[in-house]
Design a protein around this ligand. Structure first.
Ligand code: T5A
Ligand code: NA
Length: 212
């Protein structure tokens, strides 16, 4: 009986650029899978859809878009995955998500004249994460990891603002934020993340999926 109705957990990794999110998402899915837990990787932006291609071209500075428009595209890029994500969760698969609505809000609201409140609206109603792991890294340390590339947003000043916005978002006590010191080794981080994830998977099993 318990096995039949238990769902997977929605686990999100967030943080500034270079914090190690993609590395840790991959490691976590591998570890869960080899322990016999059904788990799949999700990432945002998902650059392979039509909307994702518009976003990718904007990030690569091959096209320009109004800041409001691109914000709504990032959100639409999440909404287009929602029915698939819910199906997976209900069928017992845990989803490990590389960035989510919080990146959307933190990056747009780091631009001039965008309030947190306006930025949050398009994502209201998305499946609510059971756990949000925030990989915390100073802008200086992030820059040392290979330096910034040519993509939009990869500048020191902008990344500093993004980090401040994330810190504001982490004050929301209706969400399960866990802050992790991302300056540790890949292995140490993995062990810490894995044990928090296993706990979240256990707790999510018999709870309904919430909404942002
Ligand atoms: N964005 C995103 C929005 O504006 N709105 C939105 O709604 C969303 C979803 C693209 C951009 O889009 C913005 C945010 C971004 O600016 P992306 O495609 O996720 O987002 O960005 P990427 O460039 O792919 O990824 P990041 O730069 O964020 O890097 P990660 O995933 O945090 O870091 P990772 O794992 O790739 O590692 C970076 C480097 O550090 C090393 C790795 O080997 C790698 O070289 N590293 C470590 N080094 C030392 N110690 C550790 N513990 C390390 N872990 C990793
Ligand atoms: Na990444």
């Amino acid at each position: 009986m318990a096995g039949v109705c238990s769902r997977g957990a929605l686990i999100v990794l967030e943080g500034v650029d270079r914090a190690g999110k993609s590395t840790q998402c991959r490691r976590l899915v591998e570890a869960l899978t080899s322990a016999g837990v059904r788990a799949e990787l999700v990432r945002f932006p998902e650059r392979t859809t039509e909307i994702g291609r518009l976003i990718s071209s904007y990030l690569e500075k091959k096209s320009d878009l109004d800041d409001h428009t691109v914000h709504l595209l990032f959100s639409a890029n999440r909404w287009e995955q929602v029915s698939w994500m819910k199906q997976k969760l209900h069928s017992g698969v845990t989803l490990v998500v590389d960035r989510y609505a919080f990146s959307g809000v933190a990056f747009t609201s780091a631009k001039k004249n965008f309030s947190l409140d306006w930025c949050k609206q398009p994502d209201v109603g998305l499946p609510k994460p059971d756990l949000i792991l925030f990989l915390e890294l100073s802008t200086a340390e992030a820059e040392q990891r290979g330096g910034f590339g040519a993509e939009r947003y990869e500048t020191t000043n902008f990344q500093r603002k993004v980090l401040q916005r994330f810190q504001e978002l982490r004050n929301d006590k209706t969400l399960n934020w866990k802050v992790i010191d991302a300056s540790k080794t890949i292995e140490d981080l993995h062990n810490e993340i894995r044990s928090l994830a296993e706990e979240a998977i256990k707790e999510a099993q018999h709870k309904p999926i919430g909404q942002l």
